[in-house]
Design a protein around this ligand. Sequence first.
Ligand code: GTP
Ligand code: GTP
Ligand code: MG
Ligand code: MG
Lengths: 286, 294
Amino acid sequence: ATGEAELGEEYYSELHDALILADIGAALAEKTVSWLRTTSSEQGVSSSEVARQLLKQRLTEMLATEEPKPLFADERLNVILFAGVNGTGKTTMLAKIARLLLDENLSVVAAAADTFRAAAVEQLSIWGQRVGFPVITGAQGADPASVVYNTVEHALAQGKHAVLIDTAGRMQTKTALMDELSKIGRAARKVVEKRGEDPDEKLHEVNLLVLDATTGQNAISQAKLFSEAIALHGLVLNKIDGTAKGGVIFPVVATAQVPVMFLGVGEDVDDIVEFDAAEFASALLD
Amino acid sequence: ALSDRLQKILGGFRSRARLNAAEIESGLREIRIALLEADVNLKVARGFVTRLKDKLASETVGRALTPAQTIVKLVHEEMVNVLGGDEAAQLAATSYAGRFSPMMLIGLQGSGKTTTAGKLALRFRNEGQRPLLVALDLKRPAAVEQVSIIAGEIGVAAHSGTATTPVDLAREALSYARKEGFSPVLFDTAGRLQIDTELMDELTAIRQVVEPVEVFLVADAMTGQEAVNIAQAFNEKVALTGVILSKFDSDTRGGAALSIRETVGVPIRFVGTGERPDEIEPFYPERWASWILG
Ligand SMILES: Nc1nc2c(ncn2[C@@H]2O[C@H](COP(=O)(O)OP(=O)(O)OP(=O)(O)O)[C@@H](O)[C@H]2O)c(=O)[nH]1
Ligand SMILES: Nc1nc2c(ncn2[C@@H]2O[C@H](COP(=O)(O)OP(=O)(O)OP(=O)(O)O)[C@@H](O)[C@H]2O)c(=O)[nH]1
Ligand SMILES: [Mg+2]
Ligand SMILES: [Mg+2]
């Protein structure tokens, strides 16, 4: 259909459904549709093509945050921590980011700070062998923060560019595990302070919350509670190669005010894409 | 919580016998929003609310209940009804004793299959059986090790074969299990996307070899709107006998339970409630309904 009738009730109702099915959530779906109604009438928009452009623009803006921290900084020890609930793809994403850094001729060492789950250390070690980065381990059941501590000490002594920290999956509702994560997050700074140096000068810390694109509204709770345990600097959205659109990322970014840095698009080491808000918004509307 | 929101909207006790149209509308709106926020599939939420509307129109508000309490009671009943009442609890009492029982665990990447395989194996061991864990995931780094470590922790045997494809490995493990008298045999498969034709075909091939008495889809309890499509695709490829929802110890409302049960018609058999091998229990619709209603 073309012309005035194009932006009628059926259009808005279908749009609302599409947003819900993309996991954007009931509240944001409603808000977005009412925004489009108002804006379309204000701007005299009657074609669905123009409406789509407006919508894409709006969604792209929603994903913008202030002062995003870069993944990497020169002249400092880069410490990148991978956190999130169980099974979201943290360990695999660590290997992918290690690959990116190695491709830039940067030296990388990983801290196997998941000292809990069966074969977690073995899994990371195999990635280390495949991709080409050393993995520092501790005893099974050891304090994860101590593994990070040892790895950062080693990295400073050896002049490495980056430390990548693999942490155990944990439910955001388990206070003891969130406390453990806070402790893990402080370990790198402790090493630097013990040397009598300023962590803010010596370290460039990036804490990433790794989310699964198939997750529904629970991602909002994950972002909220994880950000209370450690400062979050970036989000990773994995398994976007599946059929889930990952629309929950919109309310997550709105509440956590943290930018999406990467998308995981498969199980191989090069299945990683640097996040582009406009492309993501466009894909969501398809 | 939904019941609190309904209470706020519909107020206190009253002498009128029925809810008026406006009250029903606002009550239903709250329910629809709560279901969507709980990740219940859009179509399922709509259908649920439509059925509820008919029930509410003819419901008499009890003397001892507020309108909100009346609605909550009906919603609770309808949810338990859709979810199959106590069918999961009854099925959990299934005895596999005396019959060779191969079982498959399938699902998306990271959903909790391997951990769940260990949980089921421990349950069967505690029931006096001789289960065997079989790792068929040759792709994920250290997947086979993960199974053997879990097996060691729970005192259950794990098969370690020499075959180099999942189908051949399944065949090898099956004959080993029959020969050594192991049962149930739990086949842990690699995570895969339901849209990956090659890997979905592999699942069919494994099923033909294994001839399972149970095929469990292990799905993440926090799965969003795609839960139905995912479950449907797996069910069409390898007929499911049950769904196990993992990670129910998060604060997710787990709307996927309602969506999958209603659309795919397969019972939710168990829920995973933690990472330890004893953290699994039969699915109780009553509990789930109370959890969603808050
Ligand atoms: N399809 C797809 N699978 C992925 C992606 N990222 C990871 N996976 C798979 O998801 C599963 C879980 O990945 P892991 O890296 O072990 O996840 P994790 O968050 O470290 O898990 P835990 O440490 O147990 O919490 C593995 O089978 C991975 O191969 C992705 O982007 N796409
Ligand atoms: N909190 C919690 N964690 C769980 C539960 N079930 C599994 N996990 C965790 O979820 C993560 C993934 O579990 P796995 O058993 O490796 O998942 P999988 O489906 O075998 O993964 P792939 O083989 O890579 O597809 C691990 O960290 C498990 O410990 C559960 O019920 N609760
Ligand atoms: Mg991991
Ligand atoms: Mg597995």
